[in-house]
Design a binder for this molecule. Structure first.
Ligand SMILES: [Zn+2]
Length: 274
């Protein structure tokens, strides 16, 4: 993964935490209440997936960085509301504002003989808590086998990791990744760039869509024009609805990074002293 700052002609981005504080204040929320500073896992999640908390007021970001039960997810999704559409034979669900923008982007793409379709069926959009646990295991379990085979993990470590409570399991995976024991699908990068930790996916927020045509620069341009951006570094098909203009993203605390030939807008975390 080649990672470098994108265009230097844009304004220096605002600090993510400052911008986040302001965005949440408008919703009468505080950073500490959605993501306690003492919870290292939650903070890491916030710094990887936190762009959704900067989205326009018309959408509802999750009340927490990490959902811990299905019931909590169901309650949030019911309160935020979502609409259903069938696109290319897949039934997808998104928050109404995100869906509206997606349909406009799709219509615009189709005028140019392009298309914007969900990648991998219904799972491309809304997911529940159970989905997020299952998908985590599709990366976590094979990686355990691999690293065991490489003798980087012992049988004891593997069985312990498997039985840890979820929160601790995520914490230990992230810790192992610091020494190069990666858990992404291709085992070359952090699992967080491959699949979200359980209960943390932007898909749970119903503000994310995995797009089949992600490889087409014009499709990405059209999505961006309608407020859909890539905000999870190196997760290539994954787009996030922010509803903001691209030129305003720096002032909302996001910085652009080029990776694998695409532009990602990720939290500009500058204050290391938190
Ligand atoms: Zn995704």
């Amino acid at each position: 993964m080649l990672v470098r700052p994108a265009a230097d002609n844009e304004k220096p981005p605002a600090s993510f935490y400052e911008a986040l504080g302001k965005a949440l204040k408008k919703r009468k929320l505080k950073i500490e209440s959605i993501c306690p500073v003492t919870d290292v896992v939650a903070r890491r999640i916030l710094e990887e997936y936190g762009a959704i908390f900067l989205a326009v007021k018309k959408v509802t970001p999750p009340p927490v960085c990490v959902f811990t039960t299905e019931e909590q997810v169901t309650r949030f999704q019911g309160a935020a509301g979502f609409t259903t559409e069938t696109i290319a034979d897949a039934t997808i669900e998104l928050q109404p504002e995100a869906m509206k923008a997606l349909l406009k982007a799709r219509a615009e793409a189709q005028e140019e003989n392009l298309d914007i379709t969900p990648r991998g069926g219904a799972e491309a959009a809304r997911r529940n808590y159970e989905d997020s646990m299952r998908l985590w295991d599709t990366r976590f379990l094979p990686a355990l086998d691999y690293w065991l085979g490489q003798e980087r993990l012992t049988t004891e470590q593997v069985s312990r990791l498997r039985t840890l409570p979820l929160h601790d399991q995520v914490a230990e995976v992230l810790e192992l990744e610091r020494s190069g024991i990666f858990f992404s699908k291709d085992l070359s990068k952090s699992i967080l760039y491959s699949i979200a930790a359980p209960g943390t996916s932007q898909h749970i927020a119903m503000l994310a869509l995995d797009v089949t045509e992600f490889d087409n620069p014009r499709v990405r341009e059209i999505l961006a024009k309608h407020g859909w951006f890539q905000t999870v570094l190196s997760d290539l098909p994954h787009f996030t609805f922010l509803g903001l203009k691209e030129k305003d993203l720096p002032k909302h605390g996001l910085k652009s990074i080029e990776a694998d030939g695409q532009i990602f807008w990720i939290p500009n975390v500058v204050d290391q002293s938190r």
